[in-house]
Each structure stands twice: as C-alpha cells, then as structure tokens.
Design a protein around this ligand. Structure first.
Ligand SMILES: NC(=O)C1=CN([C@@H]2O[C@H](COP(=O)(O)OP(=O)(O)OC[C@H]3O[C@@H](n4cnc5c(N)ncnc54)[C@H](O)[C@@H]3O)[C@@H](O)[C@H]2O)C=CC1
Ligand SMILES: O=C(O)C1=N[C@H](C(=O)O)C[C@H](O)C1
Length: 266
C-alpha cells in the first residue's frame, strides 16, 4: 500500500512517517510540505527526523506525486485539507483526513467526495478515545436530561482550533443519544451564566504548554458525579491509528468511512 504523507514535519506528520516506515504493509512514496520550506527536496526520512534515509523525497506539489500513491494521509491545516481533498477526488485516490477545525460546509465536501473515492475522516484516531465515545453514548442515552454534561478539553498552546474536533464529536454523539442536535444544546463557556441552563452540554477549552490532548466528560447527578477521561502522553496513539486507517482504506470501495469501521465498533 503506497502512501503520501502531507505535512511530514508536523507533530503528527513526523510520527506517521516514522510508524509507516516501520510497517511491512505500508510503503512511503513522498511527503508534501509547504512551498519555500528548506527541507523541500530532502529525503523524507531526514525531513521527518526519522533517523534514517527512506529513499523518497519531500515535494511542495502534491499533484506531481499523487499518481504514485494508493492513499494520502493528511494531518495539516484546514486550508491544505480542502486542496488535498480536491486533488484526491480529481485523481481518484483514497484519503485519510485527521485535520480538525472544518466548518459544517467543509465537512459536507468530504461526504460528497465519498461518492468518488474511499474517504475516511476521523477527528481522533486513538483507539481508546473511540472506545470512550461508546461509553459516553451509553451514559447519555441511559440518563438523558437527568444529568448535566460538561466537556473539558486540554491541548498545547499551538493548537489552531477550539473546541477540539474530538470534543465536537463527543458532544454530537451524546446529543444524538439524547435525541437532539449538538447545535440545540451546546454552550461554549459558562462564565457569567448562572444558574446552569438544564439540558445543555457545556464546552471548556484549556490551552497550555505542550499538553498533547486530554478530554474529560463530567456527568453531574444529584449527590454523585461520573468523570470519563482520556489522556494522551504524546501523539503516538493518533499516528498509529492514522496508519491503521490508511491500511484499512486501501482495500475499500468509494464511500465515507470512519474509525468506527476500522475498529469494528459499530
Ligand atoms: N485526528 C486525530 O487524531 C488528530 C488530529 N490532529 C489534527 O491534525 C492537524 C495537524 O496537527 P499537528 O500535527 O499537531 O500540527 P502541526 O502544526 O505540528 O503540523 C501541521 C503540518 O502541516 C503542514 N502544512 C501546512 N500547510 C501545508 C501545505 N500547504 N502543504 C503541505 N503541508 C502543510 C505544516 O508545514 C506542518 O508540518 C490539526 O488540525 C490537529 O487538530 C492532531 C492530532 C491527532
Ligand atoms: O491538535 C491536537 O493535538 C489534537 N487534535 C485533535 C482534536 O482536535 O480533537 C485530536 C487530539 O485531541 C489531538
């Protein structure tokens, strides 16, 4: 399975390159980075700091290498994500996108593309987060508006989007489990709002230092509280999951896939 990594110098891109280079079922064919970077033209192993040469290059033009691959893995920016999607459709290549921060309209473009290509979008490629999502669904569907739900997510100081893509997915899963849409129940920040509006899901984003990713959902009852938390210590769990998604997608027909399909969690 031949793969192109977009953003191979990023936190995720470096780890995806490292892990893909160690797997027998993946073959790296190129990295794609922004024009003007001093590592354009370098060996991908050197650019991604893998510690050895990989015998393929980093280029600044996806279109020049896209026909060499089976699957593109993109963890970059939402602007680049839209460009990658357009090229993937034009060249009928499978695409794994883990970038977050897309609008509802942009997300619809991924779904529309699935008519032509195998498309997998996952705001979080950690196995444990996706198991956690099932637990959240169970609590929300069992207790519905008997409980107050608050989500606290923490990430590094450089993260471009808030709230995180994962917390949006978690909110959607719990809102649907209660028979609602997230847009009806989400409240972003509660400073100055008292008392708490019943039936809402509160969002709180904290950005500090180099925290990789933490998500806690608080279920507040009367005289009791349940907290379900996932902490990542680094970005490895997401990169491993992204590689699993790419291998899964290489064998699929055009369609919209999620990590639930990869993990057989449906
Ligand atoms: N789905 C998941 O499990 C995860 C998703 N993410 C998301 O992935 C995205 C990237 O996260 P990080 O790696 O932490 O960011 P980062 O800022 O470390 O890396 C982004 C990379 O994209 C590259 N890039 C930007 N514009 C580009 C262009 N035009 N052409 C080619 N490359 C371009 C940058 O050069 C950089 O190397 C974010 O949206 C983040 O929220 C991050 C971790 C896990
Ligand atoms: O930017 C990150 O780091 C992460 N982003 C994703 C998100 O927005 O949910 C996934 C994970 O939390 C790490």
């Amino acid at each position: 399975m031949k793969v192109i990594v977009v953003g191979p110098r990023g936190k995720m891109g470096k780890l995806i390159t490292q892990i893909a280079s160690e797997r027998d079922d993946m073959e790296l064919v190129a990295g794609v980075a922004p024009a003007g970077r001093d590592y354009i033209g370098q060996d991908l192993g050197q650019a991604a700091m893998v510690g050895r040469m990989l015998g393929v290059s980093v280029v600044d033009d996806l279109e020049s290498v896209i026909d060499d691959c089976d699957v593109i893995i993109d963890f970059s920016t939402k602007e680049m994500g839209m460009k990658v999607l357009e090229l993937a459709v034009a060249h009928e290549k499978a695409l794994v996108c883990g970038t977050t921060g897309f609008s509802a309209e942009e997300m619809q473009r991924f779904k529309d593309a699935a008519q032509k290509i195998p498309m997998l979008y996952a705001a979080n490629t950690s196995k444990l987060v996706n198991v956690m999502n099932r637990l959240l669904e169970m609590v929300a569907s069992t207790l519905k508006d008997e409980i107050d739900i608050e989500i606290l997510e923490m990430h590094d100081q450089w993260k471009k989007d808030a709230p995180s893509g994962t917390s949006k997915e978690m909110g959607e899963i719990m809102a649907h489990a209660m028979g609602k849409e997230l847009s009806e129940v989400a409240v972003y920040g509660r400073e100055g709002v008292s008392p708490r509006e019943p039936g809402t899901i509160g969002y709180h984003s904290l950005r500090a230092g180099n925290i990789p990713s933490s998500h806690t959902v608080f279920f507040g009852g009367m005289g009791e509280r349940l907290e379900i938390t996932h902490h990542s210590y680094n970005w490895e769990c997401f990169a491993r999951g992204a590689c699993d998604c790419a291998v899964y997608l290489a064998d699929q027909e055009p369609g919209f896939y999620t990590i639930q399909d990869v993990l057989h969690l449906e």
